[in-house]
Design a protein around this ligand. Structure first.
Ligand SMILES: Cc1ncc(C[n+]2csc(CCOP(=O)(O)OP(=O)(O)O)c2C)c(N)n1
Ligand SMILES: [Mg+2]
Length: 362
């Protein structure tokens, strides 16, 4: 006897298409034109900041940078779906999420200038610090979600991972834990098509990344990651289910890394312009602009004024970040929860030699 014991399907959803046309049946009830305008401004701000930090790095005023241009809808849509008690567990490319959450602009810039002080997170911004080792944030996400459930905070976790990150053991361990313990963790897979030079197709034999959730006993879905309303809707519903019923889930957002992996990378070595070309008309900002223009809510003059105002804010934050002077003693803080003897000896030796006074003077 043979019978089918598991069936799984991955649904793909899109609310606003490339031309700014809305699927009325899917349109979320809590979204109106003023919110779409807000989404547009937040995405434009993320893009302006992205261009600025890239340019700072090219001038030697930032140490490195991981651009997020093209991925604004995934980041802003998901951030706007978060509730006040939800916690973000990011990797390293979520400055668009940080911005939309109200993370201080100068601290985002400070981070790309290489200062760990950028990760002293204000109490009202509910996020873990960035995690560069790929997927190591995922077990932390499952742990924070477990704590949310255990402490009955009423909040959920938005755990973030790249397409490449889903090939790591940490990803599977985290979603397995989420499924087994039924913790309120919504996992965003920001599928931007690349893990540095490795295209999505070479990372796994799985047809979708969302279906990886099934092995953990949780649901998985795909959404057009360049559709800010679609992402908002999917994440909002998933977070609500997580908060109210401890239902974890995985949402694969299909987007594209339009730029380089980081400023240390040259995508010209491994991908063709013809790979990128199909994604140009799918731009997440362009489609919202088309929608707003069709409704008479946006025009060239408004665009120019917005660009000017946002650049002013960014330039002011750059100025603040560039004036920052670190306290070298800070490197001894937060390494351990207590000060080990060996570190204390180094601190004493440095104090005796007065070397950070010298470092400060330099
Ligand atoms: C454990 C680990 N292995 C390798 C690296 C080097 N590395 C940094 S980012 C990256 C690719 C990540 O791809 P993805 O998860 O798709 O995220 P994306 O960079 O596309 O946002 C790699 C291999 C690392 N940081 N950590
Ligand atoms: Mg990727």
């Amino acid at each position: 006897m043979i019978k089918n014991v598991f069936e799984g399907t991955v649904a793909y959803s899109q609310v606003m298409d490339e031309n700014g046309k809305i699927d009325e049946q899917l349109f979320p009830k809590d979204v109106d034109d003023s919110m779409i305008l807000e989404m547009y401004k937040k995405m434009a701000f993320a893009r302006a900041l992205d261009a600025k930090i890239l340019s700072l790095q090219r001038q030697g005023r930032a140490v490195t940078y991981a651009p997020m241009v093209g991925q604004e809808a995934t980041q802003v849509g998901a951030a706007m779906a978060m509730g006040p008690k939800d916690f973000l567990v990011p990797n390293f490319r979520q400055h668009g999420v940080f911005l939309a959450m109200g993370f201080p602009l100068e601290d985002i810039i400070l981070g790309w200038r290489g200062y760990e002080e950028s990760q002293k997170i204000p109490k009202d911004i509910r996020t873990l610090p960035i995690a560069v080792p790929v997927s190591t944030q995922m077990p932390h996400g499952a742990g924070v979600a477990y704590a949310q459930k255990y402490l009955k905070t009423g909040g959920a976790v938005l755990a973030w991972v790249g397409d490449g990150g889903t090939s790591e053991g940490d990803f599977y361990e985290a979603i397995n834990f989420a499924g087994a313990k039924k913790v309120p963790m919504v996992t965003i897979i920001e599928n931007n098509g690349w893990a540095i030079s490795v295209p999505r197709g070479e990372q796994t034999g799985a047809q979708t990344l969302a279906q990886k959730a099934f092995a953990a006993g949780i649901s998985g879905m795909q959404v057009d990651g360049n559709d800010v309303i679609g992402v908002y809707k999917a994440v909002k519903e998933a977070l609500e289910a997580a908060r109210s019923n401890n239902v974890p889930c995985v949402i694969e957002c299909l987007t594209y890394r339009m730029s380089m992996h980081t400023t240390a990378d040259d995508p010209g070595k491994y991908r063709l312009e013809s790979d990128v070309a199909p994604w140009l008309p799918r731009d997440p900002i362009l489609r919202v602009r088309k929608y707003l223009e069709s409704k008479g809510l946006w025009d060239g003059a408004k665009e120019a004024a917005l660009g000017e105002e946002q650049l002013k804010r960014i330039n002011a934050a750059v100025e603040v970040a560039e004036q920052f002077k670190p306290d070298p003693k800070g490197m001894f803080d937060n390494v351990y929860s207590f000060m080990p003897e060996i570190l204390q000896e180094e601190l004493d030796a440095a104090l005796a030699a007065n070397w950070w006074q010298q470092a400060k003077e330099e």
